[in-house]
Design a binder for this molecule. Structure first.
Ligand code: NAI
Ligand code: MG
Length: 323
């Protein structure tokens, strides 16, 4: 079956790392057709819209989307794009690779972040000059959907629920109780940790954790913290998964300090492309990409962010050679 893949490079190094990831996908010769579309600062300057209607429609109809990064307009691009794929979970692996200088080289975590509600549900008000308020939304249905995904994701292993239900009794209480109940129905073991305690414990010993399910804000912050433990933004992929389609993107932004120099690390986007392959049931190809990235990171060539002097295309070609 042919899959439609939307490719949205965006701005800055998005224009460099996204084509690199497409090259890796093409080398594997899956039955994909690629359609490219614009988003971000550059198209906003031309047309006044950071996310053109046709780009939204493309992401909303493609089987999967590969997105690079957008600059100052990032929020105007990525939030509606996540909505276009109806994404309910953000999967964010944080794994340290051999050969890469990491604060905690033993880190190997996956965050499953609720992707639609919590404090990011958009109910924020400025009541007076002195007072601003925010309504936090938690639903049983979104918590259940995340939990069902988590149970399938871990298969027979368990997962950790990170929350702050001791203070946010109603919202995080509902999240925690719902996720734990779904896991119990499915025979999946869970343990729980308060999110602030998690922040300390994961720094001291990341091997205590494996897969961590969290509400939206906690997932955002804690996965960035874990990114710090593994040694660099150039290596972190993510997937926004919906019921029908999904969007894959590196965690990093447009890196204006190095954009245009051809030295951006393509690994995060290539690992995101491996997650895309996995999502579309190209499991063997996905494993091959993961292995090729891992051995290239270990043996080199490496881009300057990892202490090397190789270019984006040197690294991309080395990964393709490993395949
Ligand atoms: P950034 O991730 O673009 O860069 C932070 C630092 O990491 C820079 O020193 C950069 O050179 C380095 N870096 C990032 N990715 C790299 C890679 N693949 N290879 C080598 N080095 C890499 O974050 P920053 O500087 O906070 O934001 C820059 C722009 O990107 C802003 O306009 C921001 O709005 C946007 N942004 C967009 C995101 C998205 O589209 N999802 C996410 C984060 C930021
Ligand atoms: Mg973030």
């Amino acid at each position: 079956m042919t899959h439609e893949i939307a490719v949205i490079p965006g701005d800055g190094i998005g224009q460099e790392v996204t084509p690199a990831a497409v090259e890796v996908l093409e080398a594997l010769d899956p039955e994909f057709t690629f359609t490219e579309a614009e988003a971000g600062d550059a198209v906003a300057e031309k047309t006044g819209k950071a996310l053109p209607e046709e780009t939204y429609e493309l992401a909303a109809s493609a089987d999967a989307t590969l997105f690079g990064a957008a600059g100052e307009t990032a929020a105007d691009v990525i939030l509606p794009l996540r909505d276009a794929v109806d994404s309910f979970v953000n999967v964010r692996p944080a794994k340290a690779y051999p050969g890469v200088d990491a604060v905690r080289p033993e880190t190997d975590l996956v965050f499953l972040r609720e992707n639609t509600e919590g404090v990011y549900a958009g109910h924020e008000d400025r009541l007076t000059e002195d007072v601003a308020t925010l309504t936090r939304v938690t639903t049983q249905s979104a918590s259940r959907q995340l939990a069902e995904f988590a149970c399938e994701y871990v298969d027979s292993d368990g997962f950790t629920i990170a929350h702050k239900a001791n203070v946010m009794r109603e919202t995080d209480g509902l999240f925690r109780d719902t996720v734990a109940a779904v896991a119990e129905e499915r025979g999946v073991a869970t343990d729980e940790v308060l999110m602030d305690a998690f922040a300390t414990r994961v720094c001291l010993d990341p091997t205590q954790f494996d897969v961590v399910a969290c509400p939206n804000l906690a997932g955002d912050v804690l996965s960035d913290l874990a990114a710090g433990l593994v040694g660099g933004l150039g290596l972190l992929p993510s997937a926004n998964i919906g019921e029908q389609r999904a969007l894959f993107e590196p965690v990093h932004g447009t890196a204006p300090d190095i954009a245009g120099e051809g030295v951006a690390n393509p690994a995060a986007t290539i690992i995101s492309a491996a997650m895309l392959l996995e999502y579309l049931d190209y499991g063997e190809e996905a494993d091959a990409v993961h292995a090729a990235v891992e051995s290239t990171l270990a043996e080199g060539p490496r881009t300057p962010d990892l202490g090397g002097d190789a270019s984006t295309s040197d690294v991309t070609n080395a990964i393709i050679d490993q395949l």
